[in-house]
Design a protein around this ligand. Structure first.
Ligand code: PHB
Length: 400
C-alpha cells in the first residue's frame, strides 16, 4: 500500500514539475486587396482561410493564430510594401500570407528576405516571384503552369495555326504572353499579335482591342486578364462583337472563367477552353467536401473559386508549420517544414517543390459547357503534377 501511495504521489509531483504544453499565439499578417474593384479577391481568400480553421479545429494543435489584416488597396506595390514593413517591425508577425497582385508580392520580397519572415503567396502568379526570396512559398500557381501547356494544346489539339494574345499590361500578363507564345510556337503555331489591354486597377473598354483581333482573324485568341470584373467584361465584349460567331476561339488560363463570375457570362462563354487547376465543379472527394462546407458557411448561392482554394491550401500549409513547430516559429525551420509538404487539396494532390518552393499540381484542359440552364466546367484532359515550366526551363528571371 505504501509503495502504491508513493508511486501515485511521485506521479503527481512529476506532473506538476513537467512544463504543461504551452499554448502559443502565432501572428500572421494578411496582406490582400479588400477594397475597390478587386475587393472580392481578398474576401474569397480570407473566407477560405477562416473556413479551413473552422472545419479543422485541431489543425493548430494547442496553439492559436491571430490574423492581422491589411488592405493592400491597389496592385501598385507601394501600399503593400509599407504594410509589410509595419507588420514586420511594429506588429512583429511570425508569418505573412495573402498577396493577390504580383506587384504587391514583388515589392515585399526584399523585406521578408531581410527580416526572415516566411511569406505564403496565395494568388500572385508571376513565375519568378518565388525566385525573389528564400522565404517565399506559393500555394496558388505560376502563370506558366497554365499558359505554356495551353500553347501546345492550342496548336496540337485545337488546331489553331495562328493566335492573337491579349494581356493586362503588368508582370503576370507579360509572363502569360511569353509562356503561351513559347508553347504555341514550339508546337509550330505563330502568334500574329500581342495586345496590351490596360492595367489591373481599372477595367478598360475592351472594344478596340477585340475589334482589332476580329479584323486579324486568328484561329485562337489567348487572353490573360485578372479574374473577376476584368474577365466578366472581356467575355461579354467577346460575345457582343461577334468574335465567337466569327469562329475565333477564346482560350486562356482559368482566370477568365472564375467560378464566381461564370454564370453571369452567359452564352459567350460556351465553348471557351482554358488550362486550369481548379473549378468548383471538380468531383473529387476533397472538393465535394470543400464546396459543401463553403455553401454551409456562406450560403447556397455562394461558390469557392481558384482564389479560395489557394487560401484553403495556404491555410493548411500555415497550420502544418504551426503544428510541426508547436507554435514557436523559427523562420528556417518553418521553410524546412514547407519544402516537400504534400496535401490532398480540393484541386487534387499538391506538393511544395523543395527546390523552388513553388506548387506542384495537376493542370486540366477544361471546356465551358451548358447543361440544364447552367454553365459547367468540363475536364477534357489532365496533365499530372506539373512543376512551374518557367523554372524547369530556366527562363529569364526564373533561372536565378
Ligand atoms: C497577379 O497579379 O499575379 C494576378 C492577379 C489576378 C489573377 C491572376 C494573377 O487572376
Amino acid at each position: 500500500m505504501r509503495i502504491v501511495k508513493s508511486l501515485v504521489l511521485g506521479a503527481a509531483i512529476a506532473a506538476l514539475a513537467a512544463p504543461a504544453a504551452q499554448a502559443r499565439t502565432v501572428k500572421v499578417g494578411v496582406v490582400m486587396t479588400f477594397s475597390g474593384v478587386n475587393a472580392e479577391y481578398g474576401d474569397q481568400i480570407m473566407r477560405a482561410m477562416n473556413l479551413y480553421l473552422k472545419v479543422h479545429p485541431k489543425a493548430l494543435g494547442n496553439n492559436k493564430i491571430e490574423f492581422i489584416k491589411r488592405d493592400s488597396k491597389n496592385p501598385g506595390g507601394a501600399v503593400a510594401k509599407t504594410e509589410v514593413q509595419e507588420l514586420i517591425t511594429r506588429d512583429k508577425v511570425d508569418m505573412l500570407a495573402g498577396f493577390v497582385f504580383s506587384p504587391n508580392a514583388i515589392a515585399s520580397a526584399p523585406l521578408v528576405t531581410e527580416a526572415k519572415v516566411p511569406m505564403i503567396v496565395m494568388n500572385a502568379g508571376t513565375a519568378w516571384i518565388t525566385n525573389l526570396s528564400p522565404y517565399i512559398v506559393r500555394t496558388s500557381f505560376s502563370m506558366w503552369h497554365a499558359a505554356y501547356p495551353m500553347g501546345t494544346y492550342a496548336e496540337k489539339t485545337l488546331g489553331c495555326k495562328t493566335a492573337a494574345v491579349g494581356y493586362t499590361d503588368y508582370p503576370p500578363g507579360k509572363d502569360s504572353l511569353e509562356a503561351f507564345k513559347k508553347g504555341f510556337e514550339e508546337a509550330g503555331g505563330k502568334v500574329i499579335d500581342a495586345i496590351p489591354m490596360g492595367n489591373p486597377a481599372q477595367v478598360p473598354d475592351f472594344t478596340p482591342f477585340l475589334q482589332r483581333v476580329k479584323d486579324e482573324k486568328p484561329g485562337c485568341f489567348y487572353v490573360f486578364v485578372p479574374a473577376g470584373e476584368h474577365a466578366a467584361a472581356l467575355v461579354k465584349t467577346y460575345g457582343d462583337l461577334g468574335l465567337r460567331a466569327a469562329g475565333i476561339k477564346l482560350i486562356g488560363p482559368l482566370d477568365i472563367i472564375q467560378d464566381t463570375k461564370l454564370q453571369g457570362m452567359g452564352k459567350a462563354a460556351e465553348g471557351m477552353v482554358v488550362m486550369g487547376h481548379y473549378a468548383a465543379d471538380y468531383t473529387n472527394r476533397a472538393n465535394e467536401a470543400f464546396v459543401r462546407e463553403w455553401k454551409k458557411a456562406y450560403g447556397k448561392d455562394s461558390t469557392p473559386d481558384f482564389m479560395a482554394v489557394a487560401g484553403w491550401d495556404g491555410m493548411a500549409a500555415i497550420a502544418h508549420v504551426v503544428k510541426t513547430l508547436d507554435g514557436k516559429i523559427d523562420p528556417d525551420k518553418a521553410m524546412k517544414a514547407l519544402e516537400g509538404w504534400k496535401f490532398a487539396s480540393p484541386r487534387g494532390p499538391i506538393e511544395i517543390d523543395p527546390q523552388t518552393r513553388d506548387i506542384i499540381q495537376n493542370e486540366h484542359v477544361e471546356e465551358v459547357v451548358e447543361k440544364g440552364g447552367r454553365l459547367h466546367v468540363k475536364v477534357l484532359e489532365t496533365i499530372p503534377q506539373v512543376k512551374d515550366p518557367c523554372k524547369q526551363l530556366k527562363i529569364g528571371k526564373c533561372a536565378q
